[in-house]
Write a protein that binds this ligand. Sequence first.
Ligand code: COI
Length: 366
Amino acid sequence: METSAPLASFTVIPNRRAVADEDRAALMEAPVFGKVFTDHMARVSWRDGEGWRDRRIVPLAPLALHPGAAVLHYAQQVFEGLKAYRHEDGSVWLFRPEANAARMADSARRMALPELDEGDFIAALESLVTADQAWVPEEPGASLYLRPVMIATEASLLVQPANEVEFLVTASPVGAYMSGGDAGVSIWVSRSYHRAIAGGTGEAKTAGNYAASMAPQAEAKAHGCQQVLFLDAKKNKFIEELGGMNVVVVRADGSVVTPRLTGTILPGVTRDSILTLLRDSGRSVQERDIPLAEILAGVESGEIVEVFACGTAAVVTPIARLVSDDFDLAVQGPEGESVAAEMLAGLTDIQYGRAEDPHGWMHRVV
Ligand code: COI
């Protein structure tokens, strides 16, 4: 495991109205995902011609945003999601923050936003987690979810890249993202909505992709499902990803398949980590186009034994049921330990410091 050197320095303005210890403990009891926020946020400002400036940790507070701010009208924004984990000795660690920094830079290029370099990105996270370390949960499975976001703040209704931008990071103590647990969640396969098209913004982590997933997500809910699975927009044939996480399929012979990154799929850090762990364990892993028909036939014949979702928020969540207008299929699951359970344990053992970190993924903060 790597320990970090100090990075760009952030000025800290402490929150004089920080939540009292006993109130914080109550808030951290069983937080709904992303509903509880810590005392501070990180903030860096950018102006065209001047670059990034005013690196600071400030009390969490609503933003003063001009009603003409470009982000409100044209959704010029990108975001990220990663977590800080507390180890048994009390130390606090980030998981692959450089991967999130790189993806945010990729997303920023697509959305014509300025790139924030890796040093500033990681320093913002480290400074915020250090200021709010009391908010990093101790319970197994819980963590501090960090949400970096970059927004176009220039007051301008011209459809053009904004010349004023803010980078912010908030932090939220979290447990599980989806209810369903070991038993698995139900997934609605959307036939009428698509998430992304070639040349669009599907591989960028940007608000519009998620906004577009809400009506299909509501459709999923109306059918008793927790999440929606999208098919490719060109042929309406290949599985792509869920509303906010990637999908992995396990065959009866132990091999694993997942949709290849076509440019319309978000390149998940958890996806990449799990594929790495699967390959480390000697499994055959294929990244390719997967027709929905192959999944349905495979689940029915027993050729496909598991389907699971993976993402920073979802970690590894088994999928127990696939539903659409013309099918309702239970995914049986394997006889013995599932690959989903093996991956959940393998990944979280590294994240919580219970296992070796052979790829140097962990980054110590405090
Ligand atoms: C994440 O897993 O971090 C995500 O961004 C997914 C979702 C909560 C939007």
